[in-house]
Design a protein around this ligand. Structure first.
Ligand SMILES: Cc1cc2nc3c(=O)[nH]c(=O)nc-3n(C[C@H](O)[C@H](O)[C@H](O)COP(=O)(O)OP(=O)(O)OC[C@H]3O[C@@H](n4cnc5c(N)ncnc54)[C@H](O)[C@@H]3O)c2cc1C
Length: 815
């Protein structure tokens, strides 16, 4: 029996087109299986916010691809298609092309006699357009005028002549499907056998590949994976080549969260196919290239002690800690790979560790910062923090007295971390609402961040002891940086730890709602990789699903801090960061805190929002110039100060570096640098004047800017912008310019929690059985998160959430 998809061409709640398709589904059930797809959740088409990978568009894509034919039922609006129908056709002809060559039958229902004739004509034109390229059945179009009177109470068409006409149109369509099927049988493809070395464009640049073809098959795909980000691209490298070879096709779905890498691999194979004398387009028309992890499955019911939503840093930490307490842990992750934003992180996590930090010399400007802090009027400090501030003042004054006349060592203490987190997060929004970190949560974080470093070491994370780093916006050097692999280093240790200690991690499993009984959380409902329903009962649920910086609409909805957030703003985040946990929590009564405050990453790639392209060096080595070649801000400023300054200077600016500063970059290799220079995304020149020409600024201005900056480094003081920590001058050729723009980066607001990571309701009471950790929770970072404080937060509160869940719900002793 043929499988058809029926598309209801409207998202109206009551629709005669839906009624018509429902009637056809019933009436023709012996001849074809018609599945009806609704437009309700389809987002308005918008090129800048690519939704091709979203579950709703992917659902249309997969169902249409698998179907023998499509029936579209269109209403008419202003003599043309309704915009909801236009939107889905635009999505399905933007990056995905499931309608290409697909037999389509047009039907329509409308109030007037003429019915939907003009909309049907318009639909035919759209479907015929080259990007859509559907095979629309000629003639035999069914049009139902006066639809409001056409159906009886059972939803059947009343007039037998109308049914007869529909029968004949449908019978023709079934024949048409067969004819088009014949036409679509691909010609046999033959290749010039051999192994082809090709390059594809991935997320971070070129991906070298070698593709082996026999006379009639793609036999092998070898990929040099080193240029892409470990932890993000791995699933694409695993599944895409397999799907291509298994299906002998290039019609393969991209992997969510690694779509550029996926398309890169597909394009690389296409290049090899072309070089071997065949047409890649023929392979794109072949079906069968599924990257789905598992075949269809029935409803699954699972029982565990603690179920964790999200396999990022906080989620995997919580799972590991639950397992260490002897309880069962199940982690559900909506994306194909684990790691969330944590794999994207630069790596440094803040924890005051004076025994280690004191071994390093202070750098110019640091003493000045401490002195200025100690001189603050205590009356400007909020009462909860005042006692800590006074004690810190004593610590700072002792240190300054001890090191008078010497450069001194790098000072730090838990109290300095606490007060800097408080002051760094204290902000006022556009409505005059003041916010700062909740004292007890900030205390918990700063008291236990170092325990988190030690705990991570105990499960296999190795930290680089040779330097204390400071990510942008951190305001103090206390970053513990893992060896190699940036943020992936944490996930690389946590994932195998969880799996080898009896934990289960289910990927491509999106949690949709929490279940409750008798006023407590009893588990959750999720959707698995084959769209199967998964019902989990558990003693406790930990939400660790990250923030919402990839959800521009949600950012705009809550925003009270930025004067505007553009619709097409880029993000540094994984596309998974859509605020699901906040929605899950609020639906069971959770309170929210600080939602209006989001953070922009000032130093992001202007085209992709990526943080780790170009040269990312410690801020003491940043030299930021605007499009006129002038410095415009204290480069050591907080993220929001840098962002606002960038916005005030036209958003686009450049990070200037020299060959020595380049060596302090923590994100790159010479090979990557050369590739980016070749691609024109990073600029390099042997003189500052030539560099200036490349970035289109006046050479005299840039040269004068750098000369002045170098003199400030020598003096240890910046009279222009008061930068307070310097390291290197810009003086050794070649010189570099990295273009940057602000992008959405972090959401400080989220679910309200207490120091035990219990989720609280609007009355301040604990929601029994529900915990939250990581970026999904709010209250700590307030108006501005310090760089390096989030990793400290997720590992600390991930452990706390697990300990509380086990202690409260699993009735065993914990440490
Ligand atoms: C580019 C970049 C660099 C950064 N660098 C640093 C740094 O150097 N230092 C620092 O301290 N911080 C840094 N941060 C911030 C930090 O990485 C994040 O705040 C932190 O990793 C968040 O961790 P998390 O565990 O809360 O969430 P994540 O690690 O983001 O994990 C959340 C997981 O939940 C999953 N999920 C979401 N919804 C659902 C659902 N409905 N069902 C199932 N699963 C779901 C997601 O797919 C994801 O895997 C950086 C952030 C970015 C984007």
């Amino acid at each position: 029996m043929k499988k058809l998809v029926g598309i209801v061409g409207t998202n109206a709640r009551h629709s005669y087109n839906r009624q018509l398709l429902t009637f056809m589904q019933r009436h023709f059930q012996d001849q074809a299986e018609i599945e009806i797809l609704e437009l309700t959740d389809v987002p308005l088409f918008n090129e800048s916010t690519d939704g091709s990978d979203s579950p709703v568009i992917q659902n249309f894509n997969q169902k249409i691809t698998a179907a023998d034919g499509v029936i579209i039922a269109t209403p008419e609006h202003n003599h043309s298609l309704p915009s909801a129908l236009k939107s889905i056709l635009e999505w399905l002809s933007f990056k995905l092309h499931p309608l290409d060559g697909k037999p389509v039958m047009i039907v329509g229902a409308s109030y007037s006699v003429q019915g939907s004739s003009r909309a049907q004509l318009h639909l035919r034109q759209v479907l015929d357009a080259p990007g859509v390229n559907a095979s629309v059945m000629p003639g035999s179009e069914f049009l139902l005028g006066r639809a409001q009177a056409a159906f009886d109470e059972q939803g059947n068409l009343k007039v037998s002549g109308t049914v007869d006409f529909l029968d004949s149109c449908f019978a023709k369509f079934l024949k048409f499907v067969d004819v088009i099927g014949e036409l679509n049988v691909p010609d046999a493809i033959s290749y010039q056998p051999g192994t082809y070395a090709v390059h594809a464009t991935g997320h971070n640049g070129e991906i070298p590949m070698s593709v082996t073809l026999s006379k009639d098959r793609i036999e092998n795909i070898q990929i040099d994976t080193s240029t892409e980000t470990a932890g993000i691209s791995d699933v694409a490298f695993e599944r895409i080549p397999k799907a291509i070879i298994d299906g002998q096709t290039l019609a393969v779905d991209a992997i969510s969260g690694a779509s550029m890498t996926s398309h890169g691999v597909i394009d690389g194979v296409a290049t090899a196919v072309k070089e071997a004398g065949a047409n890649p387009d023929d392979l794109k028309k072949r079906r069968g290239g599924t990257t789905a992890a598992q075949p269809e499955a029935p409803v699954q019911t699972l029982d565990t002690d603690v179920v964790i939503v999200g396999a990022g840093g906080a989620g995997l930490t919580a799972a590991a800690k639950v397992l260490q307490s002897g309880q069962r842990a199940l982690v559900l992750e909506k994306f194909p790979s684990v790691g969330g934003n944590t794999v994207r992180a630069g790596g440094p996590m803040n924890a005051a560790d004076p025994d280690w930090q004191n071994q390093f010399a202070a750098i110019p400007g640091e003493k000045h910062t401490l002195k200025a802090l100690a001189e603050l009027d205590p009356q400007t400090i909020d009462p909860e923090y005042r006692a800590d501030f006074e004690t810190l003042r004593g610590q700072i004054n002792d240190y300054l007295n001890q090191t008078t006349g010497q450069p001194g060592y790098l000072f730090d203490s838990k109290l300095l971390h606490r007060i800097q987190t408080y002051l760094g997060g204290k902000r006022t929004d556009l409505n005059g609402h003041k916010i700062y970190g909740q004292y007890d949560l900030v205390k918990e974080l700063t008291d236990h961040a170092l325990d988190s470093v030690k705990w991570l070491e105990s499960i296999g994370v190795q930290f680089d002891q040779s330097q204390v780093t400071m990510p942008v916006g951190a305001i103090w050097r206390r970053g513990h940086k893992p060896m190699g692999d940036l943020g992936f280093a944490y996930i690389k240790a946590l994932q195998p730890y969880v799996e080898s200690h009896g934990g289960t991690i289910m990927t491509e499993t999106a949690v949709q709602r929490l279940t409750t009984a008798d006023g407590r959380i009893t588990g959750l409902i999720a959707e698995g990789p084959a769209h199967q329903r998964i019902e989990v009962t558990a003693k406790a649920v930990i939400l660790a699903s990250g923030g919402f910086a990839a959800n521009v609409k949600m950012l705009q909805k809550y925003n009270t801090y930025w004067t505007a957030i553009d619709d097409d703003i880029q993000t540094t985040n994984s596309p998974a960061m859509t605020g699901d946990g906040i929605e899950l929590g609020t639906r069971v009564g959770a309170d929210l805190v600080g939602m209006g405050f989001s953070q922009m990453m000032p130093v992001s790639d202007p085209d992709t929002g990526e943080l780790f392209t170009g040269l990312q060096v410690p801020p003491q080595n940043y030299v930021m110039v605007n499009q006129q070649g002038k410095r415009f801000v204290n480069e050591y400023g907080s993220r929001d100060e840098l962002t606002q300054a960038a916005i005030d200077n036209g958003s686009l600016f450049y990070l200037i570096a020299d060959d020595e500063i380049k060596k302090t970059a923590y994100n790159t290799s010479q090979e990557k640098i050369d590739q980016q220079v070749a691609a024109g995304t990073l600029f390099r020149a042997n003189t500052l004047a030539d560099l200036a020409k490349q970035i289109k600024v006046d050479p005299a201005v840039l040269t004068a800017t750098i000369k002045a900056y170098n003199s400030y480094v020598d003096a240890g003081e910046d009279p222009e912008f008061h930068k307070n920590a310097f390291d290197l001058k810009v003086q050794v050729a070649p010189f570099y310019a990295t273009p940057r723009k602000p992008a959405t980066h972090h959401t400080m607001g989220g679910l309200k929690i207490d120091t035990g990571a219990h989720v609280l309701n609007a009355g301040g009471q604990v929601i029994n059985g529900l915990y939250a950790a990581g970026e999904v929770a709010g209250g700590i970072h307030a108006g501005n998160r310090l760089g390096g404080n989030s990793l400290a937060d997720i590992f600390t509160f991930g452990r706390i959430a697990a300990a509380s869940a086990v202690a409260d719900e699993c009735a065993v002793e914990t440490e």
